[in-house]
Design a binder for this molecule. Sequence first.
Ligand code: HEC
Length: 150
Amino acid sequence: MRPLDCTTRTVLTAIAFAATALSMHADEGTPEITSFEPTPLEKKIFDGPGVTVTRGDEIYSTLCAGCHMPEGEGAVGGGMYPALAGNEKLEYPDYAVFIILNGYKAMPSFAHTLSDEQVAAVVNYLQSGLGDNSYEPVATAEQVKLSRPQ
Ligand code: HEC
């Protein structure tokens, strides 16, 4: 089966939720959708030993540098990978936390890969350690927890 793109997966997730919600009300429940075909990236992440590093710079080099490049300079090639060094959208942590948890277009979601602490650590690294970024690193695990999709 061809790996599903993000949009298809989002739609399938919505259908799965709707099906689950309906089956709770119907007497003869609709068959529940219980599994998805993981993307190649998800397979790689979940088949491996998991991401155990906790420092922001290590999380970045393990999971993010492949697309956003080691110094956060971004890349244009098989897609457009935005630069994270010198990126003004990182002044406040909320945007990066949201993108990392939810994914966006070709950016995968890391909600199931990273703990609250790990997301906060990598966002703080984006804010203050990557390239010349020198924003105040103010992301917290508590904020990540509250931002997770329910
Ligand atoms: C498979 C490639 C890939 C990986 C791995 C990846 N990203 Fe991304 N990321 C993208 C793409 C592509 C976009 C742009 C999405 C769009 O706007 O279309 C993006 C966007 C972003 C943005 C928003 C940038 C902006 O200017 O809007 C942030 C922040 C970000 N990624 C952080 C991360 C972090 C942190 C990690 C590691 C935990 C990571 N990304 C891993 C591909 C990737």
